[in-house]
Structure formats: structure tokens, C-alpha cells
Design a protein around this ligand. Structure first.
Ligand code: IMP
Length: 503
């Protein structure tokens, strides 16, 4: 007979934290959000920790190289999306690993055949007025010239004028070779009164820019996450299909941690993939697995050697898996169940396998709830897709700026490997949607606000660390009526734009 769980499954919004005693030491400045990412033995140090409990989702609309750099700067890890060729994914990883503070990969790029109208559209979209002209229109193509606002006058020029005719050609530019130090680059900028200095490789390809404005605004990032060689830490997704080729390419590119990107991880395919990685690399390559929604799924993946286990089916903002397939579980219940099994596993084996709550984080406080329920860190898609650093364009929709956000299970992503149960050669039905999310500015600013809230709530619970929060947290389910009571109610809001803002 089928098994029936006795309790209904709940989402984060159905829970609240009940404050505990806060001592005089319990202030946000004293809170540490450090958390383990991969398995470790009792009494030993975790070989990979993060300084904030947030990672970005393995999605085309979320985690490219800019996200990798920006998130590592803030102390978290981005998982570069897998639904692209092995070469381009490895190149993204390599660019994060090769990134040096102050050297910016160009994201506003043109071809010589583009027009003045294209220049204006690109400027509107990215907000940048310095644009590289390369042979293939990418930020790493062969450098042909530069367009800045000094190169054109909109009122006097035909919108169809070609970039080739008004750009400053590379021969007339001041640039520096790859390998130039930041100090030298800044000296060149200063001596020649430049706004931007292109860094160009020996074979003429654009590597990055150094901007004058960054010289002044460069501030320390006290939480930045660095490897032993002082390079940013970055993750990448893999699938259970082409790992024999993909994993070596990502390892060669310098990836720090991998994660299997799959909608359902309690499977033969994940075990097989983990076994292959362990046979080839031992425990030198770190790899997470998932997703699961109960203790049984966790134990299967922990036994198979997963370095961390991801929790969540059907809770993602763009996800329609529950509607289309009828599988999943309320995310809060799933986290609570898996956390209990993780603790049991630790007691029995002396091995701690971190768990990640993936999807369904809507309000900032949902992160605190997930941590209190036992998650070691959270994976977020919608949240990160809204920032400048996600790979999508900023567009004006009905008078407001939006970013596009689509599921890996949507026809747009064409990521059929994620849903593959062996044999399927293409996506036969969708499990995700294509959407807009309100543009939210720079990642650093958004995360600062979110984490300020997390630290503050932890203090209300009398906790200065994540393990302490887990120990001290008092959680209560709330009734539907008290959820209404939790928002502004029985008043007429003056400014609706500031009302219900979601994190
Ligand atoms: P969000 O943070 O609520 O937007 O959820 C992001 C998570 O949704 C990802 O990390 C994935 O686990 C999951 N996801 C991504 N694409 C899809 C999809 O197309 N269908 C179902 N789940 C998805």
C-alpha cells in the first residue's frame, strides 16, 4: 500500500520565528554567517566554507561569469549554468578564476557593422557608455576599436551610420598588454587622462577594461571568498549525461565545486555520476547532488558520496513541476525532514553532509527560516536574476525596468538533460515558465540589505552563528488569518511602491 505522510507539507511563509533572549553581545556586527559547503569528518575542518549562506542557481538567466565574480566578492558561490556547451561553460569558469579586482570583463560590445542606433540601444540597455568593438561582438573577441560618447553626436549623425566609420580604431587607442598590474594600469589611465584602458592579449583579443571610476570607488570586500591562490571561488553545474567530458574540462578550468543539476536526484543516474567522479578524482573534486525532498533521498545521495545535498522539488518561482507532474513537497517540510536525517547520519557515521535549500525563497526572512530549520545554505534563482550581474538584459516593460527570468525546464532554456530519466532525447513537456522580474540594481546593495535582515533576526533569536540559530530557534506554524495580520493591514497605504517589496 502507498505510504502516506501524516502531516501536510508546509512552505516557508507558513512559519515564523519566536524571539529568544538577546544578550548585550547579540548585535548584528557580531554575527558570523560562515557555513560549510562540502562534507567533512567530525573533529576535522570543512575543506570549503562560505562567508554567507547564499549560492546562485544553476540557470541561464542567473549564473554567468559576472554573477560568479560578484557573488564571490560578497562571500557566496555562483554555480555557472550547465545548459551550454562544455567549452563555453569552462571558459566562464576560467574567466572568474582569472578575474582580478579592478579588471572588468566587457559586457557592452559591438561589431563594426552595427549602427549608431545599435550603439544607443546598447547604451540604454546596459547604462554603459564605453563599448568595445570586436570581430565577433563579444567581450573577448579580437579588438578592433572603441566607441565612447565622444565618438558620435546624435543630433548630427544618421542613425544608420556604421560603427566602423565613427569608432576610434585600435591603432589609435592607448591600451596595455595582458598581465599589466592594476597599479600600472591606473598610472597609464592617470598619465593619459583616460576614462578606460583596454587590456589586450598578445594575439590582439580584448581581455578586460580598467576604468578610471573604479579607481576611486574600489573598496575592500571583507567577506570575499578566495581560494588558496587568492582567486575567486566559483562553482558549476553538471548533468548526468556528459559528465565524462564536462567534469574534466571544468576541473581543468579551475572550478572549486560542482553540483548535479537535476529536478529529481534520487536516482541511479546520480549515483553513477558520483561513483565515476570518485573513481577518477577521489575526494579532490567536490560535488553536490540532488534535488531530494525527504530523508530517504538524502541518505541515498550521502551514501553515494555527495559532498552536499540539495533540497527542493516544485518550489521554484518559475517552476510548474508540481502542476505538470504532481511531484514535490512543501519546501519548509522538506528542509526539516532532510535536516533531521543529516543530523542522524552525522551521529551514525561521524560525517557531516551539508544541505542546501534550493528554490522558493521569496522574502529575505525565508533564508533565516531555512537556516533555523537546518539548512546550511540556500540556493536562489529569482532573487539573483533581478540584479545587474545576472546575464540577462534590463528592459522597460510598462514603464518599469525588468529583467527576464526563465526556468531551466522551459522551452526557452532547452535544458532537457535536467529532466532526463535516461533515454529521452528532448524535452517532451515544459516544467518551467518564462517571466519578468523587477530589476533590483547592484547585487552588492541587494545582498547587503538581505543579510542585514538575516543578522538582525538571528540576534532576535539570541544567535551569533548559524549552528547557534539552529539550536536556539523556536519556530511556529501560523494560521492563514495570522499571515494576513503579518502584512500592513487595515490602513490605506500612501506609497504602494514601498509596500510589499519582496527580497
Ligand atoms: P527560485 O529561487 O524560487 O527562483 O528557484 C530557483 C530554483 O528552481 C533552481 O535552483 C532550480 O532548482 C529550480 N528550477 C530552475 N528551473 C526550473 C524549471 O524550469 N522548473 C522547475 N524548477 C526549476
Amino acid at each position: 500500500m502507498a505510504y502516506f505522510f501524516q502531516e501536510p507539507s508546509h512552505t516557508f511563509s507558513e512559519y515564523l520565528l519566536v524571539p529568544g533572549y538577546s544578550s548585550e553581545h547579540c548585535i548584528p556586527a557580531n554575527v558570523s554567517l560562515k557555513t560549510p559547503v562540502v562534507r567533512f569528518k567530525k573533529g576535522e575542518e570543512c575543506p570549503l566554507t562560505m562567508n554567507v549562506p547564499m549560492v546562485s542557481a544553476v540557470m541561464q538567466a542567473v549564473s554567468g561569469e559576472q554573477m560568479g565574480i560578484a557573488l564571490a566578492k560578497e562571500g557566496g558561490i555562483a554555480f555557472i549554468y550547465v545548459s551550454q556547451s562544455i567549452e563555453s561553460q569552462a571558459a566562464m569558469v576560467r574567466r572568474v578564476k582569472n578575474y582580478k579586482a579592478g579588471f572588468v570583463i566587457s559586457d557592452s560590445n559591438l561589431r563594426v557593422t552595427d549602427t549608431l542606433a545599435d550603439v544607443l540601444a546598447l547604451k540604454q540597455r546596459t547604462g554603459h557608455s564605453t563599448m568595445a568593438v570586436t570581430d565577433d561582438g563579444t567581450g573577448t573577441g579580437k579588438m578592433l576599436g572603441l566607441v565612447t560618447s565622444r565618438d558620435y553626436r546624435v543630433s548630427r549623425m544618421d542613425p544608420d551610420a556604421k560603427v566602423a566609420d565613427f569608432m576610434t580604431p585600435v591603432e589609435k587607442l592607448i591600451y596595455a598588454p595582458e598581465g599589466t598590474s592594476l597599479k600600472t594600469a591606473n598610472d597609464i589611465i592617470w598619465d593619459h587622462k583616460l576614462n578606460a584602458l583596454p587590456i589586450i592579449s598578445e594575439d590582439g583579443h580584448l581581455v578586460s577594461f580598467v576604468f578610471r571610476k573604479d579607481y576611486d570607488s574600489h573598496k575592500g570586500n571583507p567577506l570575499e571568498l578566495l581560494d588558496s591562490q587568492k582567486r575567486y571561488v566559483v562553482g558549476a553545474g553538471i548533468n548526468t549525461r556528459d559528465y565524462e567530458e564536462r567534469v574534466p574540462a571544468l576541473v581543468e578550468a579551475g572550478v572549486d565545486v560542482l553540483v548535479m543539476d537535476s529536478s529529481e536526484g534520487y536516482s541511479y543516474w546520480q549515483k553513477h555520476c558520483l561513483e565515476w567522479i570518485r573513481a577518477k578524482y577521489g575526494d579532490t573534486v567536490k560535488v553536490g547532488a540532488g534535488n531530494v525532498v525527504d530523508g530517504e533521498g538524502f541518505r541515498f545521495l550521502a551514501d553515494a558520496g555527495a559532498d552536499f545535498v540539495k533540497i527542493g522539488i516544485g518550489g521554484g518561482s518559475i517552476c510548474i513541476t508540481r502542476e505538470t507532474k504532481g511531484i514535490g513537497r512543501g519546501q519548509a517540510t522538506a528542509v526539516i525532514d532532510v535536516a533531521a536525517e543529516r543530523d542522524k547520519y552525522f551521529e551514525e557515521t561521524g560525517i557531516y553532509v551539508p544541505i542546501c535549500a534550493d528554490g522558493g525563497i521569496v522574502q529575505d526572512y525565508h533564508i533565516t527560516l531555512a537556516l533555523a530549520m537546518g539548512a546550511d545554505f540556500c540556493m536562489l534563482g529569482r532573487y539573483f536574476s533581478r540584479f545587474d550581474e545576472s546575464p540577462t538584459s534590463k528592459i522597460l516593460v510598462g514603464g518599469s525596468y525588468m529583467k527576464e527570468y526563465w526556468g531551466e525546464g522551459s522551452a526557452r532554456a532547452r535544458n532537457w538533460q535536467r529532466y532526463d530519466l535516461g533515454g529521452a532525447a528532448k524535452l517532451s513537456f515544459e516544467e518551467g515558465v518564462d517571466s519578468y522580474v523587477p530589476y533590483a540594481g547592484a547585487l552588492a546593495d541587494g545582498m547587503a540589505t538581505t543579510l542585514a535582515k538575516v543578522r538582525s533576526t538571528m540576534c532576535n533569536c539570541g544567535a551569533l552563528t548559524i549552528p547557534e540559530l539552529r539550536e536556539k530557534a523556536k519556530l511556529t506554524l501560523v494560521s492563514a488569518t495570522s499571515i494576513v495580520e503579518g502584512g500592513a493591514h487595515d490602513v490605506l497605504l500612501k506609497d504602494t511602491t514601498n509596500g510589499n517589496q519582496r527580497g
